[in-house]
Design a protein around this ligand. Sequence first.
Ligand SMILES: NC(=O)c1ccc[n+]([C@@H]2O[C@H](COP(=O)([O-])OP(=O)(O)OC[C@H]3O[C@@H](n4cnc5c(N)ncnc54)[C@H](OP(=O)(O)O)[C@@H]3O)[C@@H](O)[C@H]2O)c1
Length: 282
Amino acid sequence: MTILVETYTLANGVKIPKVGFGTWQTPDGDTAYNAVANALKAGYRHIDTAKVYGNESSVGRAIKDSGIAREELFITTKCPADTKTYDGALADFESSLERLGLDYVDLYLIHAPWSWREIGKSNDAGNKEVWRAFEDIYKSGRAKSIGISNFDVADMTKLFATATIKPMVNQIQYYVGFTEPKIAQFAQENGLLVEAYSPLATGHMLENEKIIALAEKYKVSTAQLAIRFCLQNGVLPLPKATSLGHIEDNARLDFKISEEDMKALNTLEDTARDFGHNPTQG
Ligand SMILES: NC(=O)c1ccc[n+]([C@@H]2O[C@H](COP(=O)([O-])OP(=O)(O)OC[C@H]3O[C@@H](n4cnc5c(N)ncnc54)[C@H](OP(=O)(O)O)[C@@H]3O)[C@@H](O)[C@H]2O)c1
């Protein structure tokens, strides 16, 4: 069985395919349509998009045209970081479903605890209101699971204090040398699955000499090594690709990094130091 259809189980019992296909910076239209269509052909069953990516319509069209049964797919989208009201979140959810052409999503995430205009300045009162809307959406059955993204320990602690349903996922920036251990550990201890966004540091870690050398040892690509690293840490990687070669390469993950090499990778310094990091994620 390919790892693309192996699953983690969320706290509410929902099964989530262990590798997701990222679509940030994948332009709407042919590029997004072809990327998702090729990913589904290559065996990915979990697609990660967001309202702000502006490509939900093309993602939805590729899903529909694939002919794959809806229950075999896992689709995530996100409520924009700038939305911080109950009504705004409900309206965003409706518009995402409409663009995707779906009557439910498998996972709905708060994109960030702060607005894009004030990155790092968490809006706790706003997040509480948005989460209230998420709980109602979840209870309606139109999001099979709900979660958060870019939330640090303080953001999670505040949300947990008023939530009646705990988030099931925290999607954070996570790649070799930048694994946000405090956030990841706190999320896992509280029963949240950690999803790794930018598992290739948006491509910036692929030239790292240490990663290249280790990938050669396993006769795999640097991207494959980086994705496998997330999986072996119990985290769910979301590699993004538009080129068919990359899409197929990232689906071949049938190898195992030794415990010793995992230890070395887990103590490596940031493999993409010049790459931008969200200020709350250090
Ligand atoms: N929640 C959030 O705030 C947040 C933030 C960032 C990302 N995300 C999610 O996480 C996903 C992944 O993160 P990301 O978009 O930053 O990118 P990434 O997966 O870290 O890296 C993607 C880049 O690596 C290249 N690439 C992919 N596979 C490759 C391979 N096998 N060999 C060589 N190069 C390869 C891609 O090229 P091509 O495209 O040319 O194939 C692209 O330039 C996003 O798409 C999104 O779904 C979420």
